[in-house]
Design a protein around this ligand. Sequence first.
Ligand code: DGL
Length: 278
Amino acid sequence: MSTGKFSPKASYPIGVFDSGIGGLTVAKAINDLLPHEQLVYFGDTAHMPYGEKSPHAIKDYSIKIAEFLILQPCKLIVIACNSASATAFKQVQAILPDKQFVINVIDPVVEHIVSQDKYKKIGLIGTKRTVSSAVYKKKFEKANPNMQLKSLATPLLAPMIEEGFFNNKISKTIVHSYLDNPHLTGIESIILACTHYPLIINEISSYYKGKLDIINSAEIVSKAVQRFLDEKGLLNTKKTEPKHKFFVSDYTASFEETAKIFFGASLKLKENNLWKGK
Ligand code: DGL
């Protein structure tokens, strides 16, 4: 698709997408920091989990969603999914006349950790796709070869959270059994490299008895969004309350219930299957 003329304006919304509703943790952090910015959110619930999909499928899905967001029109696209950020960042950038207008969830986190220069051995949990892509590892090696990254794929966690299992005995048992993995021994901090995981931060914190720094990308990414819009003169100056839009490719009442926990009770999901009839 040709994205035609791309002329972002301050009054346009910010487009945010994820494989499902996990990216709402990022949307929520953006909304908390920039309460006058309108958001258009797309959760590809018909195709989640992306963490189990092939790179070419994730690229195709991400391009289709990004095209939809550009047509809204959005002034910026935030890939609020580590699996898509690790796999389809360049492809999403390529459909925009100016590739700067896409922010992923990986670069701001790596830059933040490297600039802090606090840790030598960092743990990471994420989907199979994010871990097998080794994107975080490559970026850390490039930025600071003295930092060691210990990554563990934790594929049960995102579907578990989408099903509403967090802050309970089952989620605690699953999280603890993953974190027991000897591969993570000796880490000084842990990156939540999946946008669903802020919902199980209590389980992770209880495992480490509050003694390990947990790196939650949502807040770090929201600050990167603020900096970018500020630099470009694209922060919305109108102080009105924005009307956000939340789309999913496959609607279920249970997604909506969980999504409300992520974002707030006012949220309403609208089904928009971009692939219908294809
Ligand atoms: N939220 C997605 C991420 O950050 C993971 C969920 C999925 O596998 O679709 O990677």
